[in-house]
Design a protein around this ligand. Structure first.
Ligand code: OGA
Ligand code: MN
Length: 306
């Protein structure tokens, strides 16, 4: 059966049919998916019923693995392989963790709009999230179309964002909820990195907003002025017309392009099991992107990796 793509919004999110993720895929099929990701930013693979090893094998077709926060924070994540990020509220034995436990409080950071691993260079390219067990209510994941939002931005807001950079830091988003990193976590944190607020999406050539909860300041702007700019941009980009909400069924896998979409998890009853497992690939090309110094509006040429 041929693979087909059914758009769920006009230029955003497509549902895939005619594909079985348990089978190995050839380079032409990988390219087909990459082209679809470039167009739609989010691909929904309904009821794939794959295991961890198959998810990891599928992921490896798209680039080198990203382990994200695991580089900065020691977690008891032994339930899953190292390249797999545990978004569940389960301990290593598969029991629901006390909702007040630090690990669950830390996970609340994923309820804020964000782009995975924007706090590192290279950042993340694609993420793949798979539902194993879903709660009876809530626990959806929302995606915002940052390219469409950029296209529709009011001129004044676009002019303010253009040519500016934000600094992203691994512990910032959770800190805004009052979660405090330990001394050890602060010492182990990666250095903050800077990304343009407006980036060109490599696969489509379209401009897109790159913001989200890891962004802690705008370079060259007073802190409150920069943060309110980030908020205004986010509020604009996450209006209902730009947002798709995925209601999970066990076995679903959703792949998204972190360069073109933001996402967030939605509230659920933390006393119920929600078992979600993510794999992520890096965006090696992002290392060559423009960076900037500490001076106001930044227009510097690309710099080497750091
Ligand atoms: C993620 C994430 C939100 C969710 O997997 O990166 O932010 O709905 N997930 O669990
Ligand atoms: Mn995420």
């Amino acid at each position: 059966m041929a693979i087909s793509f059914e758009p769920l919004r006009r230029h955003f999110v497509a549902a895939i049919s005619g594909f079985d993720m348990r089978e190995p895929i050839d380079p032409a099929t990988v390219r087909l998916f990459e082209d679809a990701i470039d167009r739609f930013a989010v691909l929904v693979f309904p009821s794939q019923q794959v295991g961890d090893a198959q998810q990891l094998a599928f992921t490896a077709n798209f680039g080198p693995p990203d382990i994200g926060r695991k580089k900065a924070v020691k977690t008891a994540d032994s339930r899953l392989p190292i390249e797999m990020i545990d978004l569940s509220n389960l301990d290593e034995n598969g029991y629901v963790i006390d909702p007040h436990h630090r690990r669950v409080l830390s996970l609340l950071g994923t309820r804020l709009w964000h782009s995975d691993s924007s706090y590192q260079r290279p950042a993340a390219k694609f993420s793949m999230l798979r539902a194993v067990t879903v709660p009876p209510w809530g626990g959806e994941t929302e995606f915002a179309d940052c390219r469409a939002a950029y296209d529709a931005l009011p001129d004044v807001l676009r002019a303010e964002a253009e040519d500016r950079f934000a600094e992203h830091w691994v512990h910032h988003s959770r800190s805004t909820l009052g979660w405090e990193p330990t001394e050890e976590e602060i010492r182990g944190a990666m250095d903050p990195v800077r990304w343009p607020l407006v980036r060109v999406h490599a696969g489509s050539g379209r401009k897109t907003l790159y913001i989200g909860a890891h962004a802690r300041r705008v370079i060259g702007m007073p802190l409150p002025a920069g943060r309110i700019l980030l908020r205004d941009l986010q509020e604009y980009a996450t209006q209902p017309e730009f947002v798709y909400r995925h209601a999970w069924q066990p076995g679903d896998l959703v792949l998204w392009d972190n360069r073109a979409a933001m996402h967030r998890g939605y509230r659920y009853d933390l006393n119920h099991i929600r078992d979600m497992r993510r794999t992520t690939v890096l965006d090696p090309a992002s290392v060559h992107e423009r960076d900037c110094g500490d001076d106001g509006i930044c227009t510097k040429a690309p710099t080497a990796a750091h």
